[in-house]
Each structure stands twice: as structure tokens, then as C-alpha cells.
Design a binder for this molecule. Structure first.
Ligand SMILES: [Zn+2]
Length: 57
């Protein structure tokens, strides 16, 4: 399992995610970015940053 704290990438955001593996992260980030950050699309650099902030659990 991987966990990701959005606040590591977007200062001030308190959202946390848990995904079965790294491949599942982009869709989670995209859904959250759209719903909570108002982003219609997720920039590749944000996905990259999210991957870099993943923690194995
Ligand atoms: Zn967020």
C-alpha cells in the first residue's frame, strides 16, 4: 500500500490518500484535484510530485 498526503505537494491541503500501489495514485489525485482544487486536468508535474511524496505502508 502507498499513502499520499496532498499537503506535501499543495501546502495547506489536509487530504490523505491510500492506494493499493503506485499505479492507482494518478486517478486518486485527479479526482481530488478536480473536486477540491478546481483543476479540470492534473498537470504532469503534479502527478510526478505526488509520486515523489508517496510513502509505503
Ligand atoms: Zn489536496
Amino acid at each position: 500500500m502507498k499513502t499520499f498526503a496532498c499537503g506535501d505537494v499543495v501546502p495547506g491541503c489536509t487530504a490523505h490518500f491510500t492506494a493499493v500501489d503506485e499505479a492507482a495514485v494518478p486517478s486518486l489525485v485527479a479526482a481530488h484535484a478536480s473536486a477540491d482544487h478546481g483543476l479540470a486536468t492534473v498537470p504532469p508535474e503534479l502527478v510526478q510530485a505526488a509520486r515523489g511524496a508517496l510513502v509505503s505502508v
